[in-house]
Write a protein that binds this ligand. Structure first.
Ligand code: CDP
Length: 235
């Protein structure tokens, strides 16, 4: 990757609640900077998918310590826009609603967080990454040069999620209604913010950006320009 003189490749941490625009912003900022984008939510979703497919989710609710068996030998790998779980492409599977419903529970378990945190820190070791999630600025990379916290009105977020579902669902498939989506998003926000380990929280140094009334282009621009400043300063 080319590096301009006087510039330092940095780590950009983007946190925030569901559908606040993290992944779109992170992907586009990474593209413009020539950085790697890492979607940590996709990693938690992969663990949730594995638990669902192995039929162990109910059991884990009663005895969460059983999650260690699930994590043993787990492999999660990114290849461009695709994500592979134990060698299989799960890019589409991890977006299913059954996964969205269970992922907050799985991601509240300490052994899961410990394991994924180490994987994420390894992925960021070369720097030049944009990583999005819930605890990137607070726990995974508290030394990230640029920390962003995106927020948006819950109704707006539900509308965005709905539009995404319409765009990617084949015709004739039943879609959840907007009120239900809003409720699910708010429940997940609450679970993520109230959990004991690495709750969703804004780091004191993070720039908070409300994306309710911003276009994607505008929010990408704001983060991109902040990143350029930090690259030059190298701090
Ligand atoms: O895309 P969306 O905002 O719906 O969620 P996501 O980024 O795919 O993350 C899915 C879930 O994974 C979140 O609701 C959190 O419960 C969990 N997560 C987490 O705990 N820590 C992260 N760094 C990223 C995601």
């Amino acid at each position: 990757m080319k590096q301009e003189i006087g510039k330092k490749r940095i780590i950009i941490a983007i946190d925030g609640p569901a559908a606040s625009g993290k992944s779109t912003t992170a992907r586009k900022v990474a593209e413009r900077l020539g950085y790697t984008y890492i979607d940590t939510g996709a990693m938690y979703r992969s663990v949730a998918l594995k638990a669902l497919d192995q039929g162990v989710l109910g059991g884990l609710r009663n005895s969460p310590e059983g999650v260690s068996a699930l994590l043993q030998d787990i492999s999660i790998r990114f290849d461009g826009d695709r994500i592979f779980l134990d060698g299989s492409d799960v890019t589409a599977g991890i977006r299913e609603n059954r996964v969205s419903r269970e992922v907050s529970f799985i991601s509240s378990l300490k052994p899961v967080r410990d394991r994924l945190r180490v994987m994420q820190q390894d992925l960021g070791r070369q720097r030049g990454v944009v990583m999005d999630g819930r605890d990137i600025g607070t726990v995974v990379f508290p030394d990230a040069e640029l920390k962003i916290f995106l927020v948006a009105d819950a109704r707006k977020r539900a509308e965005r999620r709905y539009a995404e579902l319409v765009a990617k669902s084949p015709e004739g498939v039943d879609l959840p209604d907007l009120d239900l989506l809003e409720e699910e998003i708010m429940r997940r926000d609450r679970d993520d913010a109230e959990r004991e380990h690495a709750p969703l929280k804004k780091h004191a140094e993070a720039y908070e950006i409300d994306t309710s009334d911003l276009t994607i282009e505008r929010q990408v621009d704001i983060v991109y320009h902040l990143a350029l400043e930090k690259e030059v300063k190298g701090q």
